[in-house]
Design a binder for this molecule. Structure first.
Ligand SMILES: [Zn+2]
Ligand SMILES: [Zn+2]
Length: 109
C-alpha cells in the first residue's frame, strides 16, 4: 500500500517537473516569434482599444492569472483578440486569418 502511494507521488512529481520543463522551453520560442511584443484588439464595440504587450509582460500576466483570458486595459473586458501591427503603415488589424495588412497590403515578415 505504502509502495503504491510512493509510486503515485513519484508519478505526480514527474508530471510537475515535465510541465515546468515544457513551460521553460516554450518561453524562448515565444520570444523569438514576437521580438516586438504582441498586439491585441479589444472587441468591445464601445472601446475598440488597441494595445501591445511584450512577451515578458504577457508571460508575467499569464503566470499570475493562469488560464484566464487577457482583459482589455482600457475597459477591463476579457474580450480581446490577437492582432498584428503593420510595419509599413502602422495599422493594427486582427491576426487570425490575415495574410497582409488590410490597409496597405503589406505582408508581415
Ligand atoms: Zn476595451
Ligand atoms: Zn499597412
Amino acid at each position: 500500500m505504502n509502495r503504491d502511494r510512493l509510486l503515485l507521488a513519484a508519478g505526480a512529481l514527474v508530471v510537475i517537473v515535465g510541465t515546468i520543463v515544457v513551460a521553460g522551453r516554450w518561453r524562448p520560442a515565444n520570444n523569438a516569434n514576437f521580438p516586438n511584443g504582441t498586439w491585441w484588439m479589444c472587441q468591445n464595440p464601445a472601446c475598440k482599444a488597441e494595445f501591445s504587450m511584450s512577451s515578458r509582460e504577457l508571460g508575467a500576466w499569464h503566470s499570475k492569472h493562469y488560464g484566464e483570458p487577457l482583459p482589455c486595459p482600457k475597459c477591463g473586458q476579457a474580450n480581446v483578440i490577437r492582432a498584428e501591427k503593420c510595419t509599413s503603415c502602422g495599422k493594427v488589424y486582427p491576426a487570425e486569418g490575415a495574410v497582409a495588412c488590410p490597409s496597405c497590403g503589406h505582408k508581415p515578415e
